[in-house]
Write a protein that binds this ligand. Structure first.
Ligand code: UDP
Length: 498
């Protein structure tokens, strides 16, 4: 089906850092490949954040929003740093965007004389299906996560409660019985969720409405999650287009290795150490010899966990770069305090040249793509997972929230590229366990070597999926074409009917 480059797509991300980033990447991808106009609409502070990333090619629209009206702290329009009991408020508040989005779409129809080609909305914005259809267009839902994590998360909320007799484990419709999920401390609300509590009352209706979308875009790769995609397609019963991973193309092509290359091209906070210093230090190390440790943009561990991690790390003697954030209970914007770590840890590891402690924020893509980085101790946020695997870097998992535990389970059980150290913000870990696991994964032989080999194979599959040269179009490039064709066919059918 032909389409012209003057088509218009409206995008509606959930107000969370981990959703805004892949939405923005998708917007850029579609704009660059197809030349379409992309309008991204969100609340004023989120739009200000997107604007700060200098995305002149994407049209950014502020939707009216007042956090106080939704029981949120002043100037809070994002999930970042919200305590669990207030987190539900931001999800519920997202429903208030329905009326302004309807208004936005009707303005577009009036100005352009036709509706946009489609609306691409977050999986939590089920209401967008009704709004898009009432404006003469269609909604496509965008799962910013992988297929397995997305399926587990959706099925979890659609099939409450999850208590099989007295068991601490449950199975999920859509996933085979052999895959059992623990009711872990990670999901406190799962113990309460029964379909009538505030979490279920938000997630169930929004997700079930999203399932009535024309299709689902998924931030994964056909050849990386073939089985999970099959399960997801069977469960959702709509087309699923794996168009990921939404990463900078230079990362996949490794066309440049200049220090700070990726950092300069990414929206990010100020790094806690100069990018050049990090890279220079990595340049001095042997291939695959450094463990990179980071728990993403939102999570932090407890002080006791931090001490256990530090002592295991020091004992192992393994080289490291650790992005250190204030532990639970401390001001997240506060200064670094040496007492978070075992006595003298910072000085000893500096003297022994064992590692770098980077305060708050590190140039993650530059670190992961460096040849000296051998493994990633990660909370298994989906962006971190795809960034790591695209570089063939195996993972030590420490999932903490959202769908991270499912990502971790898939990486361990289905892909063999990860081992799980522990889960949750309060779990007890011992330095000895940390030491053993780090030594195993960083080891030149055995399990570590096997994981590295598998991760390298996944990296190849990811690269092939994004291939645009020669005869063979990569599967993710093809999936993006298929999505555009599907929405274009739908648009043409509507024109014929009216
Ligand atoms: N990130 C970074 N430096 C840091 C921490 C995080 O550049 O010190 C980036 C990382 O590369 C990734 C994103 O922030 O793109 C984190 O997303 P993810 O889905 O892994 O986790 P979330 O922050 O949503 O929990």
């Amino acid at each position: 089906v032909g389409f012209s480059s003057d088509e218009h797509i409206v995008m509606l991300p959930m107000m969370a850092h981990g959703h805004l980033v892949p939405f923005l990447a998708l917007a850029r991808e579609i704009h660059q490949r197809k030349g379409f106009t992309i309008t991204m609409a969100s609340t004023p502070l989120n739009i200000q954040y997107l604007r700060s990333t200098a995305v002149s090619e994407i049209r950014l629209v502020e939707l009216p929003f007042r956090s106080a009206e939704h029981g949120l702290p002043p100037d809070t329009e994002n999930t970042e740093n919200l305590p669990l009991d207030q987190l539900i408020n931001i999800f519920r508040a997202s429903e208030s965007l329905e009326a302004p989005v309807r208004q936005l779409l009707s303005e577009i129809v009036e100005k352009e004389g036709r509706p946009p080609l489609c609306v691409v909305s977050d999986v939590f914005f089920g209401w967008a299906v009704r709004v898009a259809e009432s404006m003469g267009t269609v909604n496509v839902t965008f799962a910013t996560w992988g297929a397995y994590g997305n399926l587990a998360f959706i099925s979890l909320w659609m099939n409450l409660p999850h208590r099989e007799s007295e068991s601490e484990e449950f199975t999920l419709p859509g996933l085979p019985d052999r895959i059992r999920f623990p009711i872990s401390p990670l999901h406190q609300f799962l113990r309460m969720a029964n379909g009538t509590d505030s979490w279920s009352r938000f997630f169930q209706p929004q997700i079930s409405k999203s399932l009535r979308s024309l299709g689902c875009l998924c931030n994964t790769v056909e050849e990386v999650e073939p089985i999970a995609l099959e399960w997801l397609r069977n469960y959702m019963k709509i087309p699923v287009w794996p168009i990921g991973p939404l990463l900078p193309s230079a990362l996949l092509n490794k066309s440049s290795s200049s220090a700070g290359h990726f950092y300069k091209h990414r929206a990010g906070k100020q790094p806690g150490m100069s990018v050049e210093k990090c890279i220079k230090w990595l340049d001095l190390q042997k291939p695959d010899s450094v463990l990179y440790i980071s728990f993403g943009s939102q999570n932090t561990i407890s002080q006791a966990q931090m001490k256990a991690l530090a002592s295991g790390l020091e004992e192992s003697g393994v080289l490291f770069i650790w992005v250190i954030r204030p532990p639970l209970g401390f001001d997240l914007r506060g200064e670094f305090k040496p007492e978070w770590l075992p006595d003298g840890f910072e000085e000893r590891t500096r003297e022994k040249k064992q590692g770098l402690l980077v305060k708050n924020w590190a140039p993650q893509l530059d670190i992961l793509s460096h040849k000296s980085t051998g493994a990633f101790l990660s909370h298994c946020g989906w962006n971190s997972v795809t960034e790591s695997l695209s570089q063939g870097v195996p993972i030590i998992g420490w999932p903490m929230a959202a769908e991270q535990a499912y990502n971790s389970k898939m990486l361990v059980e289905e892909m063999g590229v990860s081992v799980e150290l522990t889960r949750g913000l309060q779990s007890e870990i011992r330095g000895e366990e940390v030491k053993e696991m780090i030594e195993t994964v960083m080891g030149e032989n055995g399990k570590g070597a096997e994981m590295r080999k598998k991760a390298a194979e996944v990296a190849e599959r990811i690269k092939a999926a994004m291939n645009e040269e020669g005869e063979e179009k990569g599967s993710s490039i093809q999936a993006l074409d298929n999505f555009i064709s599907a929405v274009s066919v739908r648009g043409k059918q509507k024109e014929i009917c009216t």
